[in-house]
Design a protein around this ligand. Structure first.
Ligand code: ZN
Length: 281
């Protein structure tokens, strides 16, 4: 072999090896770099955020709560009024006609709630059946007269009523009576153009007018009724509470916290009872 060409061949071989080494190293470098980047991305992004960016989950459907308070005006009504007005939530007070004339204070608080921006006033009868419910409902005509007397004396413009001592519904779509002996009276009320609205859930109180359930317990019940679709109308819930249970400071504080916590959940709207679906006005 020509020594020059042998030298050339050796030089060429060295160059080839060097080039190959550079190329191989570069490939390896990029490979390592790429896989390192991928694993860095996977580690730094939580699984659900990756899913979110692919298909944003829809916002929770909002639901409507109708706060209703029965039996006022009485010693608890002013506290209910102050809390509702401060928190600026819509609510409905089912008023007993003769309670408005029970004292100067009760007449004054009635004037306040009638003028409240958030409170709707509705009819809870004139006499509240004198708390003798079985006897009251056996005479449908006097039941109708009692509600008419309340509407006339208080100059109520709404025909929405709640029957004392009975969870009765007579709307365009709901027809239920909790105690059968009241059915005839309930039908008469409807025939006389009254719309009866009952309740889905009651915030109970005891004989000493103290609440028997905390705000958190009632909120859990509300969440659960909505989740199980157990309200009369899906996504709408009527809560029954009573003014007299909020005459004391401790239970008023529970009511206040109850409303603050429900608002903070940001999935509930508060409406007056006249906004309930399928009521004829
Ligand atoms: Zn009542």
């Amino acid at each position: 072999m020509d020594p020059d060409s042998e030298a050339e061949q050796v030089a060429s071989q060295i160059l080839k090896t060097t080039l190959l080494t550079v190329v191989f190293s570069s490939c390896n470098y990029f490979k390592t770099e790429t896989s390192a980047s991928v694993s860095t991305i996977q580690l730094s992004l939580p699984k659900d955020s990756v899913v979110k960016s692919q298909s944003p989950s829809p916002k929770k459907k909002r639901k409507t709560i109708y706060l209703t308070f029965d039996d006022g005006p009485n010693k608890g009504t002013n506290n209910v009024y102050q809390i509702i007005d401060k928190e600026e939530v819509n609510a409905t007070l089912f008023i007993i006609g003769q309670h408005v004339y029970g004292s100067k204070e009760q007449a004054a608080i009635f004037d306040s709630i009638v003028n409240s921006r958030y409170i709707e006033v509705a009819n809870h009868s004139y006499t509240h059946a004198h708390n003798k419910f079985v006897k009251f409902y056996t005479v449908p005509d006097s039941v109708v007269s009692d509600f008419k007397r309340c509407a006339d004396s208080l100059h109520l413009t709404s025909n929405i009523i709640r029957t004392p001592g009975r969870n009765i519904w007579r709307t365009n779509t709901i027809n239920t009576t909790d105690i059968n002996t009241s059915t005839a009276a309930a039908d008469s009320l409807q025939q006389n153009n009254f719309t009866a609205v009952g309740w889905d859930l009651e915030w109970h109180f005891d004989n000493n007018l103290k609440l028997t359930e905390t705000d958190d317990e009632v909120i859990n019940e509300i969440d659960s009724l909505f989740a199980k679709a157990k309200t009369k109308t899906p996504d709408h819930l009527v809560l029954l509470a009573h003014d007299q249970a909020f005459a004391n400071t401790a239970d008023s504080a529970y009511l206040h916290q109850f409303i603050i916590k429900l608002k903070a959940k940001d999935e509930y709207d508060f409406e007056n009872i006249s906004k309930y679906p399928a009521l004829k006005n």
